[in-house]
Write a protein that binds this ligand. Structure first.
Ligand SMILES: Cc1cc2nc3c(=O)[nH]c(=O)nc-3n(C[C@H](O)[C@H](O)[C@H](O)COP(=O)(O)OP(=O)(O)OC[C@H]3O[C@@H](n4cnc5c(N)ncnc54)[C@H](O)[C@@H]3O)c2cc1C
Length: 639
């Protein structure tokens, strides 16, 4: 289908409905309603938290249009929305930034766009462990920085950002509590925390946080537009002036014009592991294509330890692993105090198996004794009704569907991914004007965490704390200068070109499914062979395989299904992220922290106290290495 029938010109909705193929998938809004035999009763769910995915897109657009429609000049190309601040992604980063912006400037016109449902979506904040990193009053910042930079970040940290991040955490707790988000406290009012961690605090909160953030956003008059997949950033020279995407329900083209754009649409997890499957790197790839710099991308692929039978993650399970001959692995492959999984144990597991000592087994009793995170069952130590319900349901399902209990104790590395490499400064600004990157889009790129795959960066709970800190910093920097920012100008030519690229695949009536190529991509990115134990030879092999996948994308047909078109763009973004990761890994010819090169197994401070920077220039990838200003920092490699 051509893109002509997808525009939102006045009075054309009926044409659009007629022209588009039927929407498939779980969230199809066009349903046959059953005959109502009983009088309508009030929904027990308050209207502000009710899942709005069933609202007709027309109604949503009309309501939005009344307040924001400004784009007469682009009217024929799509539905045009205007905002002071456009936030892409309604997860914890996007929603908290939106609320903080409105609290600082209630007149600001803030629009949150999500490809799923703001506050309920593929976002991860409402289905996690509910743990939060905090530097509490009892923790020593100098000791924490020294430990982190030496043992986790391996001197690749932006140490000033590290202190800024940790230093803001108590303020975040305070602000979240003002929003009625419950951070667990003891009877005496002190933060309730896992006692076993010596240098920082791990606190708990309940998983109803996202519903509260959304409710607050409604109250603050933050505008929200769901089921809209942002594909590209619109630019005016070196400035980002908005974005373009499409409705995954009816395919309508949506053009956004904004003074400031905040990317808050998550990391890249390549759809490998279930609970992380929503992270497809859309924001990272779009920022890269627009010319933004990426940093520390070679630390992008994280592995958890998973039970083979059901893929359940055993956080901190490194202390409870045994070879098939009963030899404990921790003394061989772990440092004295491993606060979380290290690359050493992943490489060690592989080595044991190659030497015929596999499979690697898990001893649950040891786990609960030795692991500082699991000690005393940290998931259940706090009274958190929503988290309790979530975890109990998960464990109950696990028991129901995992019949093969004989396999439970076998442990394998479970690929998570977590490319989060958009480079940001201390105010969350990217290298492009008008563009900030928050939360999982820039966790590694902010460089606070250094040479570790982040999130979680070997500190559980740091993911959400970074999410909130980055949202707060971005809200401050965006609102302070809003009035002075010039009105954005959008170029018709760019919009037209992007539209052709976005809808191009819909012209192909026949072809392979994007799912087939996504499967092929998973086979390249997930094995430790390519993403943990790296070498020049294997990285080039992986790059070659990604190239083959990209070349085959011309064969993909979304089968006239808007969800499949979305998946096509996910695939495109994920291949781009894989490229960024593999090329950055190739560039760093040493081993450091979570980055291990078999052909360069030693850390090389003489040549590699540098950040690898990746950016796209004139359509080609450009790689460089930038000196770390180590002289300016307080922790240095030799004392
Ligand atoms: C199982 C699990 C458990 C976790 N537990 C914890 C924990 O206990 N503590 C902790 O600190 N961290 C935890 N994390 C990590 C934490 O949840 C994430 O760091 C956090 O959710 C990141 O927030 P975010 O808003 O940056 O991104 P996300 O939560 O990923 O939200 C991104 C949003 O952007 C939307 N989006 C994506 N692409 C587009 C697009 N193209 N257009 C429009 N919208 C788009 C998505 O639908 C989503 O709503 C956990 C993660 C998982 C998966």
């Amino acid at each position: 289908m051509s893109s002509a029938g997808m525009t939102g010109r006045k009075g054309q909705w009926s044409d659009i409905r007629r022209n588009v193929p039927p929407v498939t998938g779980v969230s199809c809004p066009v349903r046959k309603m059953p005959l109502r035999l009983f009088p309508r009763t009030r929904s027990p769910i308050p209207s502000t938290t009710r899942n709005p995915s069933t609202r007709a897109p027309e109604r949503e657009y009309r309501a939005m249009k009344e307040k924001t429609y400004v784009g007469a000049d682009l009217d024929d190309l799509g539905q045009v929305f205007s905002a002071d601040v456009l936030i892409v992604g309604g997860g914890p980063a996007g929603l908290s930034a939106a609320n903080w912006i409105k609290e600082r400037n209630s007149a600001a016109n803030v629009l949150v766009v999500d490809k799923a449902t703001t506050g309920f979506s593929g976002g991860k904040g409402n289905k996690g462990a509910g743990v939060l990193f905090v530097m509490s009053e009892d923790d020593d910042m100098d000791a924490f920085r020294e430990f982190h930079v030496k043992s986790i970040g391996h001197y690749l940290n932006d140490q000033e950002m590290l202190e800024r991040f940790a230093g803001k955490s108590l303020e975040v707790v305070d602000r979240l509590e003002k929003w009625d988000i419950h951070i667990m406290r003891e009877a005496d009012g002190k933060l309730a925390k896992v006692e076993e961690l010596p240098l920082w605090s791990l606190c708990g909160f309940d998983l109803d946080m996202m519903a509260k953030l959304r409710k607050l956003a409604v109250k603050n008059k933050v505008r929200m537009l769901d089921k809209t997949q942002i594909v590209e950033l619109l630019t005016e020279g070196n400035r980002v002036v908005g974005a373009i995407g499409f409705s995954i329900l009816d395919g309508a083209c949506r053009i956004f014009r904004a003074k400031s754009t905040l990317l808050a649409n998550g990391s890249c997890n390549y759809m490998v592991t279930n609970m992380w499957s929503s992270g497809r790197g859309d924001g990272i790839a779009a920022a890269y294509r627009a010319g933004a710099e990426m940093r520390n991308a070679e630390f992008g692929n994280f592995y958890n330890l998973h039970l083979r039978g059901n893929m359940a993650a055993i956080v901190g399970g490194q202390y409870a692993l045994y070879s098939n001959q009963g030899e404990p692995l921790a003394p061989k492959y772990c440092e004295d105090f491993e606060c979380d999984i290290n690359i050493g144990i992943i490489l060690g597991m592989e080595k044991e198996i190659m030497e015929g000592k596999g499979p690697v087994r898990f001893e649950p009793k040891e786990y609960f004794i030795k692991n500082p995170l699991a000690a005393k069952g940290f998931l259940f130590r706090w009274d958190r009704p929503t988290a309790k319900k979530f975890w109990e349901r998960l464990f109950e399902k696990e028991a129901r569907y995992t019949s093969d209990h004989a396999k439970r104790p076998e442990v394998i590395p479970g690929f998570i991914g977590e490319l989060s490499c958009i480079r940001v400064d201390h105010h969350m600004k990217t290298s492009l004007h008008g563009l900030c990157a928050l939360g999982d889009t820039s966790h590694c790129g902010s460089a606070w965490a250094g040479a570790t795959a982040a999130p979680p960066g070997r500190i559980r709970g740091a993911a959400l704390m970074y999410t909130f800190v980055s949202a707060l910093l971005a809200a401050e920097s965006v609102t302070d200068h809003l009035a002075e920012i010039a009105e954005p100008v959008i170029f018709r030519g760019q919009v037209k070109r992007f539209k052709e690229e976005i809808y191009g695949p819909m012209d192909r009536n026949k072809g392979i499914s994007p799912r087939d190529l996504i499967f092929n991509l998973k086979e390249v990115i997930a094995p430790p062979l390519y993403s943990a134990r790296k070498s020049k030879e294997r990285l080039l092999e992986a790059i070659g395989k990604v190239k083959e996948i990209r070349e085959r994308m011309v064969e993909v047909s979304p089968a006239k299904d808007w969800h499949m078109l979305g998946l096509y763009h996910d695939l495109r973004n994920m291949t781009q992220c894989a490229d960024i990761y593999f090329y950055a890994s190739l560039q760093r010819t040493e081993s450091r922290g979570w980055h291990y090169r078999e052909d360069f197994p030693v850390r090389d401070d003489k040549h590699w106290l540098k950040w690898v920077i990746v950016k796209q220039v004139d359509g080609r990838m450009h790689l460089s290495a930038e000196e770390i200003p180590i002289e300016r920092y307080r922790s240095k490699p030799n004392g």
